[in-house]
Design a protein around this ligand. Structure first.
Ligand code: SF4
Ligand code: SF4
Length: 284
């Protein structure tokens, strides 16, 4: 089973929920930090780093001695990553999506593959938790290929928890796509509601079952609850605005370890996800 933990906006407590659920379970699982622009789950899980792997993607390199400047490569590129100006072929490596189209259409075999560094994948272990995080190279704009690489690290016969990037654009879709359940984390404020609505639309498009965690549930208003009811999305956990929780989190500590009464609540959260999926199976 793969559970992705997502939020329409940053700062809602997504990482707090994903890391505490992983720690509460205390069973063999893989935790993937797919928030590759700003991975921070390691601050709370504190894994022992075991391996760092460089991740590259292929981009074209043109041998101008073979090139006839026919422009077939620039015509096929949807991202203007390769253009022909007179007798010059220019490649904009950072714009390239590595589709390989230009290499296929070049009639002179003048284009070969070269690598562009995307970032690193770091592997580690914390007790029974296998930890994997992606870290995008500073200045690298394309995170989905990196997220896909991180996702390759999950084992099919083991629970995987994914800490998805915030937002509702391509990176979060790359992190949620193909997962069994999306746990959305929000807060009961107008901003929380607005971003939740976008996240729910994205999850519906992907056709993935979802549930909700409402963080700082005792601030704001009831509109998030009313929206969740209309959308038939269950609220699986409410976390109050609590000074001790905020302090624990800001010190990089986990709530289930510092406040043991929360361990059962995060365990129940995971059991409710399992129950939800079992019921869905029965209705199919
Ligand atoms: S398709 Fe090949 S031959 Fe034509 S301009 Fe591009 S690199 Fe040159
Ligand atoms: S590999 Fe694809 S995206 Fe990159 S330059 Fe070639 S056609 Fe454009």
């Amino acid at each position: 089973m793969i559970v992705s933990v997502a939020s329409g906006k940053g700062g809602t407590g997504k990482t707090m929920v994903s890391t505490n659920m992983a720690l509460a379970l205390g069973e063999k699982l893989t935790f993937l930090d797919c928030d590759v622009e700003e991975p921070n789950a390691h601050l709370f899980l504190k894994p022992e780093k075991e391996l760092v792997e460089l991740v590259t993607t292929s981009v074209p390199s043109v041998d101008e001695s073979k090139c006839t400047f026919c422009k077939k490569c620039s015509d096929i590129c949807r991202f203007s990553a390769i253009i022909v100006v007179g007798t010059n072929v220019m490649v904009f490596r950072d714009l390239c999506h590595s589709c390989g189209g230009c290499m296929v259409v070049c009639p002179e075999n003048a284009i070969s593959e070269t690598g562009r560094e995307l970032g690193t994948i770091e592997y580690g272990q914390r007790d029974s938790i296998r930890f994997v995080q992606g870290r995008l190279r500073i200045g690298e704009a394309m995170s989905p290929p990196m997220i896909k690489k991180v996702r390759e690290a999950s084992f099919p016969d083991q629970l995987t928890i994914i800490d998805a990037p915030p937002g509702t654009s391509c990176p979060v879709i790359a992190a949620m796509n193909g997962t069994d359940f999306v746990l959305m984390v929000t807060e009961p404020t107008p901003f929380g509601l607005y971003d939740l609505q976008l996240a729910v639309e994205a999850v519906k498009l992907l056709g993935i079952p979802a549930g909700l965690v409402i963080n700082r549930c005792d601030i704001g208003d009831r509109k998030v609850y009313e929206y969740a009811e209309r959308q038939n999305i269950s609220v699986l956990l409410e976390i109050p605005f609590d000074r001790k929780i905020a302090e624990t989190y800001s010190r990089g500590k986990s709530i289930v370890e510092e406040m043991p009464e929360w361990k059962d609540k995060f365990l129940r959260l995971y059991r409710d996800i399992e129950l939800h999926l079992e019921r869905l199976k029965e209705t199919v």
